[in-house]
Design a protein around this ligand. Structure first.
Ligand code: UDP
Length: 468
């Protein structure tokens, strides 16, 4: 067996799921060698370095090959997506060198790339290396993505200016404002990139998607029917998830204070609030959340980060640790100290979701967070912030019925009363219990998908067969 080269985009959620794919493959097919090409990002989206260190220690058979850093002037980019596209385009010749060097000593059985890494597709095809895409969001979202060129032709307007619902086969009608944020403006550089990448997917040898069959059955069936690429063949789609970290890569030997606090709380009594590696709120919104939590009278564990920097050149850097006394309403920490715990900046999310005291998750609907909650059987309140998260909310609420929605005001603010109502509903209502039961059932299905004979194991076996 040869080497599988994985090429993730450097943001936390993209890197982790790709490396977990490497572990999943090695667990069942230990004859392969796995090399991960790592682009060092000029931004920090969480603890990617500690995750890589942790993996190097626990799974030494995975090799991390760091590509040379690219200096970028972050202030001149309009979005994180634009930075990623540029970063990965500039890394292309290093990727070529790395592939040539690896191929000089071993056979590359497969090159698996994140969709942001699509500029490397032509290089690999020219080197005769079978190249697959790894789609880090779900199958419904992949359907929409592959359908983008068709949608593009159906209108000449930007989605942000459309009024009518968008019709994508197999998906609930999509309000145009729920389209992924980088696609809202038709003339933007992000839109052009996504559209181009969507068209390139047809050239790949296969598409791996981080989901499991019983979570997105309808979408997977329509994908394999090839309906989303009407003018050409659709590559085979392999649902090989849920690929999530099995634990939060914390400091060896130390237990985070919040986990000790959870140990002392009753079973399924705590609402966990966490908003991904990039989710930031204004000071005004943080205050509304605090008031809502206090009035909800529920137990909570809340990850608080500083508001976004006003300085344009710092926009894409992790903000400094928050000053909780200044940001939260006067007296809040004291008044809620018996039933609340606030974590500054970053928390061990996987460990928290799997703790028996957690009974609900208020999430920004990043796909990794969704899969982590599903794998832990935790029901959600969906509060999308960026990327394709509004689409994920639509699916979680309308299609999968694993989450409650949260309503924003016109200006995008979620008021304390709405937060109070939704947290209560999640933790202490008939409706909350219903989605809790569904979440518990999905947890079992997720486990089965990854077990011997399960749908994701069968898909992995087919994939490996195609590499031989
Ligand atoms: N995460 C974490 N602690 C935090 C915030 C995020 O461990 O305080 C992890 C989370 O468990 C998930 C990843 O960061 O694995 C975020 O990925 P997701 O796709 O949910 O959101 P993104 O950050 O890509 O928007």
């Amino acid at each position: 067996m040869g080497t599988i080269v994985l090429y993730p985009s450097p943001a936390m959620g993209h890197l982790v799921s790709m490396v977990e794919l490497g572990k999943f493959t090695l667990n069942h097919y230990p004859g392969f060698a796995i090399t991960v090409l790592v682009v060092n990002p000029p931004y920090n989206t969480g603890s990617t370095a500690s995750y890589i260190n942790h993996t190097s220690t626990t799974t030494p058979s995975i090799t991390f090959h760091h590509l040379p850093s690219q200096p970028l002037d972050l202030g001149s980019y309009s979005s994180m997506e634009a930075i990623n596209f540029e970063l990965l385009r500039l890394s292309n010749h290093h990727v070529q060198q790395a592939l040539e060097s690896i191929a000089s000593t071993t056979v590359i059985s497969a090159f698996i790339i994140d969709f942001f890494c699509t500029p490397a597709l032509s290089i690999a095809i020219n080197l005769n290396i079978p190249t697959y895409h790894f789609y880090t969001s779900g199958a419904y979202s992949l359907s929409l993505f592959l359908y983008l060129p068709t949608l593009h032709q159906s209108t000449s307007k930007s989605y942000k200016d459309l009024d009518e619902l968008l019709d994508v086969p197999g998906l609930p009608p999509i309000p145009p404002s729920d389209m992924p944020v980088p696609l809202l403006e038709r003339t933007s550089i992000e839109y052009a990139f996504f559209l181009d990448v969507a068209m390139q997917f047809g050239r790949s040898s296969g598409i791996l998607v981080n989901t499991f069959e019983s979570l997105e059955q309808k979408a997977l069936k329509l994908l394999s029917d090839g309906i989303y690429i009407p003018d050409g063949p659709t590559p085979p789609v392999f649902s090989i998830g849920p690929l999530t970290a099995s634990d939060s890569a914390g400091e060896a030997g130390s237990v985070h204070e919040c986990l000790k606090w959870l140990d002392a709380q009753p079973s399924q009594s705590v609402a966990f609030l966490c908003f991904g590696s990039l989710g930031l709120f204004s000071a005004e919104q943080l205050k509304e959340i605090a008031i809502g939590l206090e009035r909800s009278e529920q137990r909570f564990l809340w990850v608080v980060r500083s508001p976004p920097s006003e300085d344009k050149s710092n926009r894409f850097q992790s903000p400094p640790a928050p000053n909780l006394d200044l940001l939260l309403p006067h007296g809040f920490l004291d008044q809620t100290k018996d039933r609340g715990f606030v974590v500054s900046s970053w928390a061990p999310q996987v460990d928290i979701l799997n703790h028996g005291s957690v009974g609900g998750f208020v999430t920004h609907c990043g796909w990794n967070s969704v899969l982590e909650a599903v794998s832990a059987g935790v029901p959600m309140v969906a509060w999308p912030l960026y990327a394709e998260q509004k689409l994920n909310r639509l699916l979680l609420v309308e299609e999968m019925k694993l989450a409650l929605p949260i309503d924003e005001t016109e200006g995008g603010l979620v008021k304390a009363a709405e937060i109070e109502k939704r947290v209560r509903e999640l933790m202490d209502s008939e409706g909350g219990n219903k989605i809790r039961e569904r979440a518990q059932a999905k947890k079992e299905e997720a486990k089965q998908a990854m077990a011997d004979g399960g749908s994701s194991r069968v898909a992995l076996a087919k994939l490996v067969e195609s590499w031989k």
